[in-house]
Write a protein that binds this ligand. Structure first.
Ligand SMILES: Cc1cc2nc3c(=O)[nH]c(=O)nc-3n(C[C@H](O)[C@H](O)[C@H](O)COP(=O)(O)O)c2cc1C
Ligand SMILES: Nc1ncnc2c1ncn2[C@@H]1O[C@H](COP(=O)(O)OP(=O)(O)OP(=O)(O)O)[C@@H](O)[C@H]1O
Length: 301
């Protein structure tokens, strides 16, 4: 079978923010024009983390990155390459041997500050020259800014760590999204509190939003519902084990989602997590937060 022709965006794309969006939209347009497949190239782990040895909690799991690129920008295929296996590849080989010969790439799209190949020796200018030599198309996208700030995954991570979800979403261009299976909780929600919750495990290596309560939406089994969600260690619960949980009370829903995959979208930070004097006081506050969530989504529509 012959290799399909591909138009490929190059980068890591953590969070798939608006700056990445400028590249991905250009890919979709070029692919349409050239009758090729719109694609993106990413790595299985953060090159910056691998090179510097730092731990960098990410905005998105690989699965979410792939889903976001498809959902918001129509990217049909995401090539997830192993960073460890490719780190030492020379930048010229990356373009001619890997992109052109192996992947059938006819056009690449990269950002203004894209460095690639062994020791980061490849840069936008070299990429353009090499593509010209090989007969491949190449677009370099100028930086996208908002409020005078260059949009970047690094900046958006700091916003999410501080609970500034609405601002993070403005920079992302879509709601911050986490997808995973629903885990079992301690059942206190159902038995003592009167608010059953879905427990979403934070995907490994992904940033924990600031502890607190958020207006969220959850998608599961083809449905979308509003939910009020707590992120934190539940200091009110006596036998909490210090584990961070993400627990959503889904409004107007009655059903069992254990083991199902859910996608949670974070919209607005409502309040910090607190230690309440009693479970009754916590239940009263959750009722209030549920109403705030309803009001929030009502004014959005
Ligand atoms: C909207 C919402 C807000 C919450 N806020 C807090 C809080 O401020 N402090 C706290 O200790 N627990 C908080 N919780 C966590 C509850 O204690 C938790 O839902 C309950 O322990 C149920 O746990 P389970 O899933 O193990 O049954 C909140 C839960 C929800 C759904
Ligand atoms: N604000 C932006 N405007 C235009 N292009 C961008 C922008 N941010 C990133 N890019 C480009 O998107 C591709 C992927 O970038 P990358 O994954 O390194 O994102 P980043 O947001 O710059 O990450 P980090 O914050 O870790 O530096 C690269 O080609 C990069 O140059």
């Amino acid at each position: 079978m012959s290799t399909p022709k591909r138009v490929i965006a190059l980068g890591f794309f953590d969070g798939v923010h608006k700056g990445h969006g400028a590249l991905l939209r250009t890919v979709a347009q070029a692919a349409d024009r050239l009758g090729s497949m719109p694609c993106a190239f990413t790595f299985d782990r953060s090159p910056t983390a691998a090179i510097t040895g730092q731990t960098i909690p990410l905005l998105s799991s690989v699965e979410d990155r792939v889903w976001l690129m498809r959902r918001y920008y129509g990217i049909e295929e995401v090539i997830v390459a192993p960073f460890d296996g490719m780190q030492k590849m020379d930048w010229q080989d990356f373009v001619s041997e890997y992109l052109q010969k192996e992947l059938g790439c006819v056009h690449v799209v990269a950002g203004h500050d894209f460095h690639f190949g062994y020791m980061g020796k490849g840069n936008p200018q070299r990429l353009q020259e090499k593509c010209r030599e090989l007969g491949m198309g190449c677009d370099i996208i100028q930086k996208v800014e908002q409020d005078g700030i260059t949009i970047s995954s690094t900046y958006i991570r700091t916003l999410i760590a501080q609970g500034e979800m609405e601002r993070a979403n403005q920079f992302l261009g879509h709601p911050h999204t986490l997808t995973n299976r629903v885990a079992h909780g301690k059942k206190i929600g159902t038995t003592t509190l009167g608010f059953p919750t879905v427990n979403l495990l934070i995907p490994q290596g992904v940033i924990v939003p600031a502890y607190g309560v958020y207006a969220t939406r959850v998608w599961f089994d083809g449905q979308c519902r509003c939910a009020v969600t707590n992120v934190g260690v539940r200091p009110t619960v006596e036998d909490n084990d210090g584990h961070v949980t993400v627990e959503g009370f889904i409004l107007d829903f009655d059903g069992d989602l254990y083991g199902h995959e859910i996608r949670m979208e974070f919209y607005k930070y409502l309040r910090p997590e607190q230690k309440f004097a009693s479970m009754q006081a916590l239940a009263d506050e959750i009722r209030h937060n549920a109403q705030q969530t309803r009001d929030y989504f009502r004014q959005l529509t």
